[in-house]
Design a protein around this ligand. Structure first.
Ligand SMILES: [Zn+2]
Length: 367
């Protein structure tokens, strides 16, 4: 679609989605026609914030500072009833794992077509807008940490997670040509996340320069290669103000408030049972155990072994048991281990978004 008029957009984002029949490119001409910025969204069909923001922005008929190229990837899964509930097609692949050779299958073809569009448009930067399944504050993910990536992040949030993980996500491939940041707006059901996506999009489209840090609204906190704290599969967990003595691990019900906060070594996070810390593992991107650097127990209470910044804490016991309790970095934002010094593999998990696999019902993290 080129410069779509309100008549072609439906009265609501859902009506517009109803009209869209396949992955769609939208171009909007800007004041400066010599430059282009790109934004991909809906790569996952159940993450609507980017689509809602784009629809609202298009209806308002803004003239952007530069040409805009929007790419709506996951139209097929998004349209399966109930609308906007499927991450990917029931028998399909995760589109945001398909931006790498050999571009197999339908998702591979969509990914390759999107990359061709990006290559032809030669944008000065690219955003990929997502939602997390659980609630929580927004953050950005990138594989590069420099002024341009921090400036792009600051349009939406003040937290940037740098990952050495490579999965075939759009942000990895497009980095070859253009600064790229993935934006996790917050929960897919959160009105706040939709509003943030819209406000960030307005900033992204209207500013003459989005790649210089001195124009940024916030100081960006950079977090590198967080570790995952996991609970043993056979262990039990409860969320209570005080332990009952029946669970291996007890967290207070408001533990989610620790998301992105700093926890000092004298602040208890929760309680362990008779098995102590043996029920927990701390796994870095190099797959090494680092529990002694992360947590310790005093009088049955769990304390950080050093000042930690914790995030993506879950209060869902199913998720806590099947996947991960929370992620953490040192309060300074530095990783527990240096990937280069330890020769760590980049294939293991670092930070991924929580999703429920609709086929098997299992909770898994993916960005
Ligand atoms: Zn996503």
């Amino acid at each position: 679609m080129n410069d779509p008029s309100p008549r072609t957009l439906g009265r609501s984002a859902l009506e517009w989605l109803d009209q869209l029949q396949k992955p769609t490119i939208i171009r909007v001409a800007g004041r400066d026609r010599s430059r282009t910025r790109a934004m991909a969204t809906l790569l996952h069909g159940n993450e609507p914030s980017g689509l809602l923001a784009l629809h609202r922005w298009l209806l308002e008929q803004h003239t952007p500072a530069v040409n805009m190229l929007f790419l709506l990837g996951g139209i097929y899964p998004a349209k399966i009833p109930p609308t906007l509930s499927w991450r990917q097609l029931p028998d399909g692949r995760d589109l945001n794992r398909c931006f790498k050779e050999p571009f197999e299958g339908e998702e591979g073809a969509i990914a390759r077509a999107m990359l061709v569009e990006l290559h032809n448009a030669k944008p000065e930067c690219l955003l990929d807008v997502h939602n997390t399944s659980g609630s929580g504050p927004a953050f950005a993910v990138s594989i590069t940490n420099d002024a341009a990536h921090q400036a792009l992040t600051s349009l939406f949030t003040d937290r940037l997670i740098i990952t050495d993980l490579r999965l075939g996500a759009l942000m990895e491939y497009s980095e070859q040509e253009v600064p790229t940041v993935t934006i996790e707006c917050g929960g897919s059901q959160d009105e706040q996340a939709h509003e943030l996506a819209y406000e960030g999009l307005v900033r992204y489209c209207s500013r003459p320069d989005v790649l210089s840090l001195e124009k940024a609204d916030w100081d960006v906190t950079v977090l590198r290669n967080p570790i995952r704290v996991e609970l043993a599969p056979e262990a039990t967990i409860e969320y209570r103000l005080e332990p009952t003595g029946h669970a291996d691990l007890t967290f207070p019900p408001d533990i989610e408030h620790r998301n992105f906060g700093i926890v000092s070594p004298d602040e208890p996070l929760g309680w362990v049972g008779k098995k102590g810390l043996g029920i927990l593992t701390a796994i870095g991107h190099n797959r090494k155990e680092n529990m002694t650097q992360v947590l310790q127990v005093r009088d049955g209470k769990i304390y950080p072994a050093q000042a930690l910044r914790t995030f993506m804490i879950t209060t869902n016991p199913v998720i806590a048991k099947s996947d991960c309790l929370f992620y953490a970095v040192k309060a300074t934002g530095e990783p527990f281990f240096d990937a280069k010094r330890s020769g760590g593999s980049s294939r293991t998990s670092v930070l991924r978004e929580l999703i429920c696999d609709s086929r098997c019902g299992r909770w898994i993290y993916q960005y």
